[in-house]
Design a protein around this ligand. Sequence first.
Ligand SMILES: [Zn+2]
Length: 418
Amino acid sequence: MNFDPVFLLNGNLKNLSNLGIKKYYQKKCILKHLYRKGTLSNPEICKLTNLSSPSIHKLLNELIHENLVKDEGIGKSIGGRRPNLFGIDPEARFIIGISLGHQSSEVAVFNIKNQIINQIHTIDIHLHNSQAFIDKLYGFAMEIINRSGINMDKILAVGIGIPGLTDPASGSSYSHLNYSEKSVKELFEEKFDKPVFIDNDARVMALGEFAFGLAKRKSNVLCLNIGSGIGMGMILNGKLYQGNSGFAGEFGHIKIEEDGLLCMCGKRGCLETVASGLALERVAREDIGAGKITKIDELLMGDLSALSSEIIIKSAQRGDQYSIDLLAKIGEYLGKGLATLIHLFNPEAIIIGGKVASAENFITDSIQQTLNKYTIYQIKKETLIMTSQLGEMAGVLGAMALVMENVFEDVPASRMPV
Ligand SMILES: [Zn+2]
């Protein structure tokens, strides 16, 4: 497979001399800081890496020569001569972010400055357990790359968020695309001929919030993904928590109702059966069928099959009492579940993401009220309940963040190995 010699050696370090290994880490360490901070001067890089100014000067020149770093001109004076600022060349590398969904999937290409190229592209295709699905998605992604005129040599890696039980370490999904002996990671790597990083969709979205959204600069955050189901990504002590086997965060499958409805996981009364987007649609469909008076009808124009969580939210925004009550009920169920999590994790913030997040206050107000009822005030008082601002970008932005997390994983946080 095609590993990038600057960013990903993946075990190929043994082919390098000691000096080569040292240089690889030194350059990657500079690139990591430039990626995280945007632009830095030579003295600032010295401080961050503990390397001497002449060494940084030499390494920066090499990186500029390799078209990886750009001299961005003069920065602000910190006393004395104003230093030159350096940043990663946005065109140095590109990353493919993919967010797989049950009904449709999203693909976006990013430059290494986290900027999206053109737009997010959506393909309406059922997440089917077959090679045909992978072939189709790959074809779609390649079309986007080709249209953007980006050379495949400049694609660093691919990040993919997948719904369901996912083990990022082995690259396997236990819920989808497990038709072969090979892991999902391997199946996609065969197609793209690039390193592929996968994780559960809710955890990927949490990474997106951590890198680009409301969880930025926070250390303990629970990120909920409420779409067809309910998933959760946990940032604990500033790191994404994956659990022993990579399954942490299955918040949707905690039991909330005795003898409740049968869940897709095979158990009864899971939170997902009463508080997900699908649950919202099911209840509304039953109630409308039973003759309940609601303004949702006006939006459906007689076609009950068009009912979706988006329509219910829209109807609530137009003042429909039935839809408002329905969303409040979902908030109450979520609040009951979240009360337990607040007692266990004492988070700074809980971010509600996914399709249902656009309900904003219609859901968060009732979550707050329920939390007031069921949590110890001192533990809860500083926990912010927020709805994600990343919208439809969350999945692909998270996939981009997943790639960069993995790319820089072998570089120590601040000081580098010498
Ligand atoms: Zn379940």
